[in-house]
Write a protein that binds this ligand. Structure first.
Ligand code: ADP
Length: 385
């Protein structure tokens, strides 16, 4: 069956006629001998208008010249530029409209005569898509350039702001220290004279205490700012030393006993001879922060427990039954200046935990916690053994 079809010239013609691309056959002089249906559709000529015409009819004027010399060259040298390779060219429709197309050209001989068949694929849509893609790419590149420039400006601004902020903090912290020290020493003198002269009323005593407490709070805030500044400028010196953890925790609890409210007790459970190797002052800062928070955020009569467990690391647990940290605030609690929604009526700056965690990290450990609002918090300071 298939052989019968292949031996039938009409069948061959039908195959060529129904090819989707334009098929054109010429003789060696470029005279058109055959065109299929798609050729007439694509170029807008009827079959009769094309048969016998030169192939140059379908070419833009500036290509005609090249075509003639190309054919000449191929016949003399056999050098192929398009034949068997294919290439993108411009073609011309009957109405003069130019369009890009892909030309695949083959050469064959019958009885010593040369013939050429070209298959032409309309490239307009693809070309347009390419162009649109190129434009999109260009736009995208432009946008990326603009955004990069904007980002660079924003980054520069942020750097300047950070620099200003650092300058302000350092300046303010140091400038505030001297007047605060004067206020504190004068208050202590007033207190002493008043007591000596027996002229001190209860109300005066209460106010002097308030001044002292406020000055101490301000001093703490200033210390926190200075510490923060040091961390951000990588100016923390770590001095490793061996110390007894039990003594260390006892010292810390002792230092904070002035902060305790009525009926608050701090229970310590720690092996008495556990030695750790770390920076004493930085560890003290971390623990003082956790413990002072436990005291601050617990009510009168509420107990605070400090437990020590030893696993891969030494874990110091600070457990309170205080106000706890609301669930929605927990993920931000180590950010600078962040305070939970329920802590607004307790004095604080939201810096301590941030510094504590960074110090703990510098020491090869960490600070983590679990907490439930109105039930209490459990902070863990882990340090290498
Ligand atoms: P602050 O000076 O505000 O206490 P911190 O950085 O030490 O700053 O703590 C950040 C915030 O974390 C606090 O403002 C408080 O909302 C919450 N917080 C820390 N510790 C506790 C705790 N033990 N119980 C409840 N809330 C706590």
């Amino acid at each position: 069956m298939i052989n019968a079809v292949l031996q039938n010239p009409k069948a061959f013609k039908s195959i060529l006629e129904t090819v989707i691309d334009a098929v054109i056959t010429t003789d060696s002089m470029g005279k058109i001998l055959f065109v299929n249906h798609s050729t007439t559709q694509l170029f807008g000529y009827s079959t009769d208008e094309l048969i016998g015409q030169s192939i140059e009819l379908l070419m833009p004027n500036n290509h005609r010249r090249h075509h003639a010399s190309y054919m000449q060259n191929y016949k003399q040298t056999g050098q192929k530029k398009v034949i068997g390779i294919g290439r993108k060219i411009d073609a011309k429709k009957k109405n003069g409209e130019m369009f890009p197309c892909w030309l695949s050209l083959t050469h064959f001989k019958i009885n010593g005569d040369d013939f050429f068949t070209g298959i032409i694929k309309d490239y307009s849509e693809l070309e347009q898509a390419h162009q649109e893609l190129a434009e999109l790419n260009q736009n995208l590149e432009q946008k990326v350039k603009e955004k990069t420039a904007e980002l660079e400006i924003a980054l520069q601004k942020e750097k300047e702001l950070n620099h200003l902020k650092s300058k302000f903090l350092t300046l303010a912290s140091h400038e505030f220290k001297t007047p605060l020290a004067t206020i504190l020493s004068s208050t202590i003198l007033i207190e002493k004279h008043g007591r000596n002269a027996n002229t001190f009323s209860d109300a005066q005593e209460k106010h002097v205490e308030r001044i002292k407490r406020s000055v101490n709070l301000l001093n703490e805030i200033i210390e926190e700012f200075i510490n923060l500044e040091k961390i951000e400028k990588n100016k923390i010196d770590i001095k490793q030393q061996e110390f007894n953890l039990y003594d260390f925790l006892n010292d810390c609890i002792g230092l904070l006993s002035v902060l305790k409210k009525e009926g608050q007790i701090v229970e310590l459970n720690c092996p008495e001879h556990l030695l750790v190797h770390s920076d004493y002052d930085l560890s003290l800062f971390v623990l003082m922060n956790l413990l002072s928070n436990a005291i601050k955020y617990s009510k009168e009569q509420q107990k605070i427990v400090v437990n020590v467990t030893v696993e891969d690391q030494v874990l110091i647990h600070v457990i309170d039954q205080g106000i706890g940290i609301p669930h929605q605030n927990q993920q931000f609690i180590f950010e600078r200046f962040y305070r939970s929604d329920n802590s607004s009526n307790v004095d604080g700056t939201g810096i301590g935990l941030h510094i504590a965690k960074r110090y703990a990290n510098l020491l090869g450990g960490d600070v983590s916690f679990t907490s439930e609002e109105n039930k209490g918090s459990h902070f863990i300071f882990s340090m290498p053994k």
